[in-house]
Design a protein around this ligand. Structure first.
Ligand code: TYD
Ligand code: MG
Length: 457
């Protein structure tokens, strides 16, 4: 039988059956390498030839209590974790270099240590003195966190076995290497082995493990995606470098809701939690201007108001630009097409810039109408009322569709001093939120009611 060779890309983790100089998936050069099999069991023998042990089956009912959780006492972090740190769980924290992962985790380590956990912080990227200096800057020198600078997995596991911590932080998984795998640290097989060894070790000993992972240019956690499958919880730490806001987002959580976010602010003394992010995102709004619209959004279970800004300018012939920060570019094109074909508002020959203020990133379709409003407002040079929020999903027919958690959104808007909401018709009457509700059925009615534009002009 021919030997089954597989190759994978060390950048994106894609697997192929033959070697090539360039990865077909991500286009990176010189990143394809042969995968070494993880175990060297007898491969050619059929499994049926030797009987295994019969497994004991169980049913779905359980007598076990919910897993014990430890709170950090930082509400923004505890909520993203689904209510605190679960013992014997594995968490992956991804993010761009320099975004503040090490700062976040050092602060979290100190909080968990203060709340009674035995915490070890393993750094593979910095020296102990660098981490100590950061701890001094954060005012955490006296915290009972144990620190070690090491990248050798075997030594780390031996140390963990002897120290028996409750929580271990590995910063970062890309720097760890195992002597059982003969490829360079950071390669797919090393990262996969390190993540596998650490998570299984942690699970069998009841230790919670937090792995830090770097993110590639394309935004995926560098190395194989399989690391994401191995862990219980995947958190992304994101934000714009020039802004002080940082958002910790749960994209997978086996012990709580995904999509939950925590908002932090990077200060000179580390990360501070932001208890009322809507107020913060809107605080820099200034006087209302054309192209600026406030969207009443939801992130996880929490309402979040933010400003959507659009700018429309004449384009040089044949080079109309569509530039988006904080939203989906494909979705912008869809809205431009719906505005054109259903309302006769064309952006041909115009550059369009769309930005979500404050470095926030929105993925909800509920922002469609706010985006359309910002675009039309910018194109017509018409300002919307300052105390008005806009929300609603736009379908390809131009109809406005209702969005989830309406009441939550409206309450938040009312709390922040808004007095009017423009939105799709409600399926059922919401409790009175004190807001004047303008329910609009389709996009053409919206542009004529709000901007006084006749469809077709
Ligand atoms: P760091 O946590 O090292 O990022 P990562 O581990 O994700 O690579 O910190 C990144 C940046 O944060 C660094 O450029 C300096 C800044 N910073 C502050 O602004 N205030 C602080 O208190 C600390 C510790 C860092
Ligand atoms: Mg770091």
């Amino acid at each position: 039988m021919a030997k089954d060779l597989t190759f994978s890309c060390s950048d994106c983790g894609a697997t192929t059956s033959k070697w090539s100089g360039r990865c077909d998936s991500c286009g990176a050069w010189n990143t394809i390498a042969e995968d070494k099999p993880l175990s060297s069991g007898p491969k050619s023998k059929s499994l049926g030839s030797k009987r295994g042990r019969e497994l004991t089956l169980t049913d779905l009912a359980t007598q076990e209590a919910a897993p014990p959780r430890t709170q950090a006492g930082v509400e923004e972090l505890d909520r993203v974790l689904g209510g605190g740190l679960v013992a014997a769980s594995a968490i992956l924290v991804g993010g761009d270099p320099g975004i503040g992962k090490s700062t976040l985790l050092l602060q979290a380590a100190a909080r968990f240590a203060r709340n009674g956990l035995n915490v070890i912080y393993v750094t593979g990227e910095e020296s102990t003195s660098q981490v100590q200096m950061r701890a001094r800057r954060l005012g955490l020198e006296q915290s009972p966190v144990k620190l070690v600078s090491e990248t050798n997995l075997r030594d780390i596991l031996t140390t963990l076995d002897a120290q028996k911590p409750d929580l271990v932080i590995i910063d970062s998984v890309q720097t760890m290497w195992s002597d059982t795998v003969d490829s360079a640290p950071g390669s797919v097989s090393q990262v996969r082995t390190a993540a596998h060894e650490l998570t299984t070790f942690a699970k069998t000993r009841g230790i919670a493990v937090i792995l830090v992972g770097h993110v590639t240019k394309e935004g995926a956690i560098a190395g194989p995606r399989v690391v994401e499958h191995m862990v219980d919880c995947v958190l992304y730490f994101e934000g714009e470098r020039g802004h002080q806001f940082r958002i910790l987002r749960a994209v997978k959580n086996r012990f709580g809701p995904a999509d939950e976010i925590g908002v932090f602010e990077m200060t000179g003394k580390g990360l501070a939690e932001v208890k009322n992010p809507s107020a913060l995102f809107l605080s820099q709004r200034g006087t209302p201007s054309p192209g600026s619209v406030v969207f009443a959004g939801i992130e996880g279970t929490r309402p979040l108001l933010c400003e959507i800004q659009a700018l429309v300018a004449p384009a040089a012939p044949g080079t109309a630009r569509r530039s988006v920060v904080g939203w989906d570019a494909a979705r912008l094109n869809m809205i431009l097409a719906v505005l054109d074909s259903r309302c006769g508002i064309s952006f041909t020959g115009l550059d369009v810039y769309l930005n979500v203020a404050g470095g926030m990133r929105i993925s909800e379709p509920a922002a469609d109408l706010a985006v359309a409003a910002a675009l039309v407002s910018a194109r017509e040079d018409a300002t919307l009322p300052e105390t008005c929020v806009i929300l609603g999903e736009i379908s390809l027919s131009g109809a406005l569709r209702p969005v989830a958690q309406m009441e939550n959104r409206l309450k938040e808007a009312q709390k922040l001093g808004f007095s009017e909401a423009i939105m799709p018709p409600l399926a059922k009457r919401a409790a009175d939120t004190g807001l004047a509700l303008r329910e609009i059925r389709d996009l053409a009615t919206f542009v004529s009611d709000v901007f006084g534009l006749d469809p077709g002009t």
